[in-house]
Design a protein around this ligand. Structure first.
Ligand SMILES: [Zn+2]
Length: 696
């Protein structure tokens, strides 16, 4: 590879520069070393006004971060996790890094999150550059995740490439799995596998639709490839790999991966090749366990009921529409029970319709999917659920998370009433884990989109009631020795309290702190500041809007830019909603971000009506100017248009325009809308009664 470029511009490709020479007036030729034998989609060259950090050496490999001039001071976290993960993977894979240098490049306009070009990985700025002193935990974690993910690809994807697009899930699921392993090793205090519960649940949200797909399926058209970059490929894929890793043991799993890479390096491979290598390492029939999870759509709902002294577990496929859908899985179930004042843990393979797990006495309580690694939901018979919800402190955070997440899914499907779910949520006022809170506040946000506006104040009162204990316990100030996760939880809860809960005291305090911060006098914690910005927007007028717009344009870090940009979608007055809608089309917002701003407006109960009108007017222009992958995702916003009237408008819109989103994406959005509208029809009277009860 030789690039002839104007003087003064940096030129980067997959390998190290071997020579540079003049190439006519104002130009120079840059020649790069030969790469390893690799797939053509991994070839990259980047030319532009860029500057690099000094390299850090990881063994023999120099690692640098590149960005537009003036931003190298934001490169520290990226370089640290880059170096850590490079070394971590060399050890895990048992093979040296296959390149001669590693450059990580932050590109200001970049449609995807990142791209794993060998030795020259390209990123969105938010995924690589961060000011660790001014960023929230979530923002820093995102950088760590994406960098570790891409570095994992240098072997799994680059050194060995899938033969065809049907195998892309394995590439991406594996890189996601490895990303979690590496970040968990880098910062054990982040408890990354617990946070992964949120991603797993998001995948279950899609995979619980009738219009889901198997993780692996035949790919013929380019549109089908695009549709594969979704939650099922990444998050469901990583979940089932984690389930397998836990099932056969981490060391055996790693040995199988090493065998696979050794056998296929510098070449192509298929899913079956990995199963073969894992089978050879574990001496277990891997396809028998895995095929149901990989080649069949959906996942099981495990029902738990008392059977004599023991428990009966039975399985059927879970769908939100409750339709009879076929499917049976080999489920490695982990069960923990409190029996006769002692803990009993059982590992059961549920591979038929049902199985009875004998216990020495009837349990005080029992949790199924203990440890939370299983990709299935659990439904407890009412007496068992009652006992379990009285034993919450005995459960781990991920187990409490699954309990809430599964219960709300059951409510969405009609297997549990919304009132029962809300009663269950009342048991969590003392909760301390941010993932559990994310599940709870997420369900309240869903209800907010479903209820009519006259019930909104009732929902706000319920949100305040559920959150007050935790919000008061945490306060606004950071305590010494407090973990990052607690600080992030504080931000999350304050945001929910001030927006969804519409709490006037929280809003007043947020305005005060924002004013103080603006005057340069405040030292608001970096985890709380994004919440303050969101709260100020939710209650803000013209002046705040103008200020946030300026702040967005003058932002000093990618994270700051995102906070102010997405805060614009939080303003509630119709005039300001219209202004933000205008900005999705006026070229002032990058096309990599505008579709997501549009999605946020569609998802807001204050913006959705105007946004839907705007979308119908401008979708053709959007299809032209937005990057394809982001344009497709924009339409996810239509799932918030929850009313029978909107639903028929939405269906008519897509039918008459012939819009194709690839794979089953459109069918999935429409079904999610169907689920919400059906929930609304079924529950609106009961919810109205529940929400009008006085609280406090
Ligand atoms: Zn990837």
């Amino acid at each position: 590879m030789t690039l002839v470029v104007p003087e003064g511009l940096a030129a980067i490709s997959n390998t190290a520069v071997v020579s540079e020479s003049p190439a006519g007036p104002g130009r120079r030729a840059v020649t790069f070393a030969d790469s390893i034998r690799m797939s053509t989609y991994l070839v990259a060259f980047v030319v532009g006004e860029l500057e690099a950090t000094p390299p850090v050496m990881v063994g023999k490999t120099p690692l640098r971060i590149w960005c537009v001039p003036g931003k190298t001071h934001l490169a520290r976290v990226g370089q640290q996790i880059g170096a850590f993960s490079l070394e971590f993977f060399e050890q895990y894979y048992g093979l040296p890094y296959p390149g001669d240098k590693l450059d990580l490049l932050a590109i200001p306009d970049f449609a995807a999150g990142a791209m794993e070009n060998l030795g020259a990985i390209t990123f969105r700025e938010t995924a690589l550059l961060v000011d660790e002193a001014a960023a929230s935990h979530t923002e820093i974690e995102r950088v760590a995740d994406v960098v570790a993910h891409e570095v994992a690809h240098m072997w799994f994807g680059d050194l060995v490439t899938m033969l065809w697009w049907n195998g892309i899930w394995l590439n991406e699921a594996f890189a996601t799995f490895m990303e979690l392993l590496a970040v968990d090793a880098w910062k054990p205090e982040w408890k990354r596998w617990v946070t992964f519960g949120v991603s797993r649940a998001a995948a279950m949200g899609v995979d619980g639709l009738v219009n889901t797909r198997p993780i692996e399926f035949e790919v013929k058209a380019p549109k089908d490839c695009e549709a594969m970059f979704d939650l099922l490929t990444y998050e469901k894929g990583a979940s089932v790999l984690r389930m397998l890793e836990q099932h056969i043991g981490p060391d055996v799993f790693r040995d199988g991966v090493r065998l696979y890479l050794e056998r296929h390096q510098f070449g192509n491979a298929e899913t079956t090749d990995l199963w073969k290598a894992l089978g050879d390492a574990s001496r277990q029939p891997i396809p028998e366990v895995m095929d149901g999870w990989i080649f069949h759509p959906g996942y099981p709902l495990v029902r738990v009921e008392a059977d004599g002294q023991g428990l009966r577990l039975s399985q059927r496929r879970f769908t939100y529409l409750g339709e009879d859908a076929a499917g049976r899985w080999r489920i490695p179930v982990v069960l923990r029970a409190w029996v006769k004042r002692g803990i009993i843990e059982k590992h059961v393979l549920l591979d038929g319709d049902d199985v009875v797990v004998p216990l020495p006495a009837a349990p005080e309580w029992a949790i199924v999917n203990a440890g939370g690694h299983g990709f299935y939901r659990v439904s407890y018979a009412p007496p068992l659920l009652k006992k379990l919800s009285g034993a919450l402190p005995r459960l781990s955070p991920i187990e409490r998370f699954s309990l809430v997440s599964d219960a709300f899914a059951l409510a969405q499907s009609g297997a549990m009433s919304a009132a029962e779910y809300l009663e269950l949520s009342a048991r969590f006022t003392e909760e301390t884990d941010r993932n559990v809170w994310a599940a709870i506040t997420g369900s309240f946000a869903y209800l907010n989109r479903v209820i009519p506006s006259e019930q909104r104040s009732g929902l706000e009162a319920l949100v305040r009631h559920r959150l007050t204990t935790a919000v008061e316990r945490l306060g606004w100030e950071v305590e010494p020795e407090e973990s990052e996760l607690v600080r992030q939880l504080r931000g999350d809860l304050l945001r929910a309290m001030g927006t969804l809960g519409n709490d006037p005291v929280t809003q007043e305090r947020a305005r005060e702190l924002y004013a103080r911060q603006r005057a340069g006098g405040g030292a608001v914690d970096a985890n709380v500041l994004p919440a303050i910005i969101a709260i100020v927007a939710a209650n803000g007028g013209e002046a705040e809007y103008a200020e946030f717009w300026e702040r967005f344009r003058a932002a000093r870090t990618p994270q700051e830019e995102q906070r102010y940009l997405f805060a614009l979608a939080g303003f509630r007055s119709p005039d300001l909603v219209r202004q933000t809608l205008g900005h999705t089309m006026d070229g002032e917002v990058r096309s990599q971000d505008a579709p997501f701003l549009m999605r946020a407006l569609l998802g807001s109960v204050h913006g959705r009506e105007l946004a839907w009108e705007f979308l119908r007017e401008h979708w053709e222009t959007m299809a032209r100017v937005y990057p394809g992958s982001a344009y497709r995702r924009m339409y996810e916003g239509i799932t918030a248009l929850v009313s029978p009237h909107w639903e028929s408008e939405v269906q008519e819109f897509f039918r008459s325009r012939g819009i194709v989103l690839g794979g089953k994406t459109l069918e999935q959005y429409l079904e999610q809308l169907r689920v919400a509208v059906r929930f609304q029809g079924r529950e609106s009277a009961a919810l109205g009664a529940y929400l009008s009860r006085p609280r406090r």
